[in-house]
Design a protein around this ligand. Structure first.
Ligand code: AMP
Length: 119
């Protein structure tokens, strides 16, 4: 069982130690643009709590944190103006999932046809 790494890049963004292109923030979540966008729009949504990945979050987070995290996806999609045309939400989990940053995040891809479901 892995423990949360407080020095991961998203923890540093949450502490304000490094900047981000912020889209939205509330008491529970932060959303910002991915630094290396894979599609015309590539946003990230992260919980403020220390959760390694979606599995860790689902097991440990409060119902309120889980609800707020999910609601934030739709709020951010609205702010990005992509609700009607659609978008893709993706979360990589662990080594086989291809996760690079060990703080839970949803990717939001939008702004063009996203294409093949899995590369
Ligand atoms: P994953 O492979 O699911 O862990 O995705 C990590 C994502 O974080 C990648 O899409 C990176 O481009 C993105 N990323 C890494 N560092 C930063 C940063 N400082 N600001 C914004 N996005 C970042």
């Amino acid at each position: 069982i892995m423990s949360y790494d407080k020095n991961n890049i998203f923890a540093k963004i949450l502490r304000g130690e490094i900047p981000c292109k912020k889209i939205y923030e509330n008491d529970y979540v932060l959303s910002f643009h991915d630094i290396n966008p894979q599609k015309k729009i590539h946003a990230l949504v992260i919980p403020k709590g220390e959760y390694i990945d979606l599995d860790d979050f689902n097991k440990k987070a409060s119902d309120k944190e889980i609800a707020e995290f999910h609601k934030a996806v739709s709020h951010v999609s609205g702010l990005l103006g992509v609700t009607d045309k659609g978008y893709r939400v993706l979360s990589n989990i662990g080594s086989d999932g291809g996760q690079e940053v060990p703080h839970l995040h949803f990717h939001i891809f939008a702004g063009e046809k996203i294409g093949k479901m899995v590369a």
